[in-house]
Design a protein around this ligand. Structure first.
Ligand code: FRU
Length: 521
C-alpha cells in the first residue's frame, strides 16, 4: 500500500529563504552578484566551497585564538586545476564562513601544493615578533618547469609565516627547506608538535610510502623513519598523510592513527582515504594492521586531514568532496568542488581490532523538530512515499533493522538517489544512476557503489546529511560512512522507503531538520 505523508512543518522559515533551483545548468556564471552568489544551482548550502574558481584538498587546518582556519588548494582563474595557490577561509563554529584573501601565490620555486600549518607558540622558528607567535605554513613547492624538463627533483618542502592571523604571509628566504634526490613524488607535509619529545614531527609521502622527519625549529629536518612500503592499499600514489593520537572509546588506551589518501584504487573506484591504527614512539610508526581500511566508502571524500590544536582535544577532519576520476567535469557553475562536513574522528576496539569512526560535529545535528519521529511497520514488499519539502537541505535520521530495505531521495523530476541494504551480502548499495545530471562521466553515473558492513547490531541508526549536490550517510554512529556527490535537476523533495525483506520491517523515529545556510547573514 502507498501512503503519503507530508513532512514539511519545520520548513516554513527555510523555504522562505530558498530560491527555486534552476534546472541542471552548467553556465559559466560570470555575472554573479551578491544576491546570487552561494545560491546557484548545485551550490552546497552548508558545505564550504570557494566563491569562484577551482578547489581541491583542504590544507593548513589549524585552530588559533577561537578561529578555525581552512586553507585549500586553489586556482582562482578557472574551474579546472591550474597553478596552485592556497585559498583561505575562517570560521568560529563551521556554521558561518568568512572568505579571506588568497594566502599563498605560486612563485619562482613552483606551484603551492598541499601542506599544513602550525602555531609556533614557543617561536622555535624565530619567525615570531614582539612576543607574537607566528602561524607557520609548511607546504610543497611543485616546479612544473623542472617536471616538464624531465626532473628529476621537482617537489620540495617550503615554509611561509604569518603574524596577522593568516591575512598576509611571508615566504621564508631559505626555501626550500627539505629536498629529496630520490623521490619524484615527495609532498603534502603534515606537521604537528610532539610534546613527549618536545619536537616537531613531519609526515609526508614519497610515492608508495610515508616518511617521518623531526625538527627543533621547523627549518632543519631529519628523516627518522619510513612507513608503509609493504602495508596498505597501493592502487595509486600515496598523498596527503596525517598522523595523530586518539583515545579509544570506553577504554583507557590511546593509539596513533595514520591517514593516507590514494589517488586511484579506492573501494569504489578512483580516489579514497585509508587509515592505519598503531603506535608512534616519537620516532617510528608501527601498525599491526594487515589489511587496509577505508575512512569513508563513498566516492567523494579525498585528501582529508585533521586540525592541529582543535579545542577539547578533538580530532576534527575535513575532506575534499570529490574524486580525481571526474572532479574536473562536475556540472557546477563558476566554482568547482566543496568540502565534506567537518567530522569528529574517534576510535573503537572490537575483537581486538581498532576502527576509526567519523561523525559530523554536533552543531549539525539539531533534530529538535518531530521530537518522537515517524515510525513505519512495513509489510513484505510495502512502500512508503513521503513528501518532504526541504529534505534537499537537511539532516535525516532513523533507526532501521538489519533487514533488506530500500531508501531513496526523490524529486519532482522523477529522479532518485537510492541506498539499498542487502542483509544476505551485508552490503549497503548506492545507486546514483537515476539521480539527475550524471552523464558527464561514466564512472560517476553508470555504476553502483558498495559499502560492506560486516558487524552491525540488529537495529542501528542511520543519519543522512543532504545538501544541493551531495549526501553523506553515517551508519551506526559513524562506524560506516559513505559520502557522495549528486546533481539532481530539481531539489530533493521526498523520500521513499520500501521493505525488500521477506518479513515485517520496522523503521523507527524518522526525523528531519533543516540545516541553515552557512552563507546567509
Ligand atoms: C591530492 C594532490 C596532492 C597535491 C595536490 C595538488 O589531491 O594531488 O598530493 O599536493 O593535490 O593540487
Amino acid at each position: 500500500m502507498n501512503k503519503l505523508y507530508i513532512i514539511g512543518v519545520l520548513f516554513l522559515l527555510f523555504s522562505c529563504q530558498r530560491k527555486t533551483q534552476s534546472k541542471g545548468t552548467n553556465q559559466e556564471n560570470s555575472e554573479t552578484d551578491a544576491t546570487t552568489i552561494y545560491d546557484e544551482n548545485y551550490r552546497g548550502q552548508y558545505h564550504f566551497s570557494p566563491e569562484k574558481g577551482w578547489m581541491n584538498d583542504p590544507n593548513g587546518l589549524v585552530y588559533k585564538d577561537s578561529m578555525y582556519h581552512l586553507f585549500y588548494q586553489y586556482y582562482p582563474n578557472a574551474t579546472v586545476w591550474g597553478p596552485m595557490h592556497w585559498g583561505h577561509a575562517t570560521t568560529k563554529n563551521f556554521k558561518k564562513w568568512e572568505h579571506k584573501p588568497i594566502a599563498l601565490y605560486p612563485d619562482d620555486l613552483g606551484f603551492i601544493f598541499s601542506g599544513s600549518a602550525v602555531v609556533d607558540v614557543e617561536n622555535t622558528s624565530g619567525f615570531g615578533k614582539d612576543g607574537k607567535a607566528p602561524l607557520v605554513a609548511i607546504f610543497t613547492h611543485h616546479n612544473m618547469k623542472i617536471e616538464k624538463e624531465g626532473g628529476p627533483v621537482y617537489q620540495y618542502q617550503s615554509l611561509a609565516y604569518s603574524l596577522d592571523e593568516g591575512e598576509t604571509w611571508t615566504k621564508y628566504e631559505g626555501n626550500p627547506i627539505l629536498v629529496d634526490e630520490k623521490n619524484k613524488d615527495f609532498r603534502d607535509p603534515k606537521v604537528f608538535w610532539h610534546k613527549e619529545t618536545k619536537s616537531w614531527i613531519m609526515v609526508l609521502v614519497a610515492g608508495d610510502h610515508a616518511k617521518l622527519y623531526r625538527s627543533k625549529n621547523l627549518k632543519k629536518w631529519d628523516n627518522i623513519s619510513d612507513f608503509g612500503l609493504e602495508q596498505g592499499a597501493h592502487g595509486g600514489v600515496w598523498e596527503c598523510p596525517d598522523l595523530f593520537k586518539l583515545k579509544v572509546k570506553d577504554n583507557d588506551e590511546e593509539k596513533w592513527v595514520m591517514l593516507i589518501s590514494i589517488g586511484s584504487g579506492g573501494p569504489n573506484g578512483g580516489s579514497a582515504t585509508q587509515y592505519f591504527v598503531g603506535d608512534f614512539d616519537g620516532t617510528t610508526f608501527t601498525s599491526e594492521q594487515k589489511v587496509h581500511r577505508w575512512l569513508d566508502w563513498g566516492t567523494d571524500n579525498y585528501a582529508g586531514v585533521t586540525y592541529n590544536d582543535a579545542p577539547k582535544n578533538e580530532r576534527v577532519f575535513i575532506g575534499w568532496m570529490s574524486n580525481w576520476q571526474y572532479a574536473l567535469k562536475t556540472p557546477t557553475g563558476n566554482w568547482r568542488s566543496a568540502m565534506t562536513l567537518p567530522r569528529k574522528l574517534g576510535l573503537e576496539k572490537k575483537d581486538n581490532k581498532y576502527y576509526l569512526t567519523s561523525s559530523p560535529l554536533k552543531e549539525f545535528l539539531e533534530l529538535k523538530s518531530m521530537a518522537d519521529g515517524l515510525s513505519f511497520d512495513l509489510k513484505k514488499g510495502e512502500q512508503e512515499t513521503l513528501d518532504m519539502p526541504g529534505v534537499g537541505q537537511s539532516v535525516l535520521q532513523f533507526k532501521m533493522e538489519k533487514k533488506d530495505l530500500k531508501f531513496a531521495l526523490t524529486n519532482a523530476a522523477g529522479e532518485r538517489a537510492t541506498m539499498l541494504f542487502d542483509s544476505a551480502s551485508k552490503l549497503f548499495i548506492f545507486d546514483r544512476t537515476q539521480s539527475g545530471n550524471h552523464g558527464f562521466n561514466y564512472e560517476f553515473g553508470n555504476k553502483l557503489h558498495y559499502m560492506p558492513v560486516d558487524d552491525l547490531p540488529d537495529t542501528f541508526e542511520v543519519t543522512i546529511y543532504v545538501d544541493r549536490s551531495s549526501w553523506e550517510v553515517f551508519i551506526n554512529d559513524g562506524q560506516f560512512v559513505f559520502t557522495q556527490q549528486l546533481f539532481p535537476s530539481e531539489e530533493w523533495s521526498g523520500v521513499l522507503l520500501e521493505n525488500l525483506s521477506g518479513n515485517q520491517n520496522q523503521i523507527k523515529g524518522l526525523k528531519m531538520a533543516a540545516i541553515p545556510s552557512i552563507w546567509s547573514n
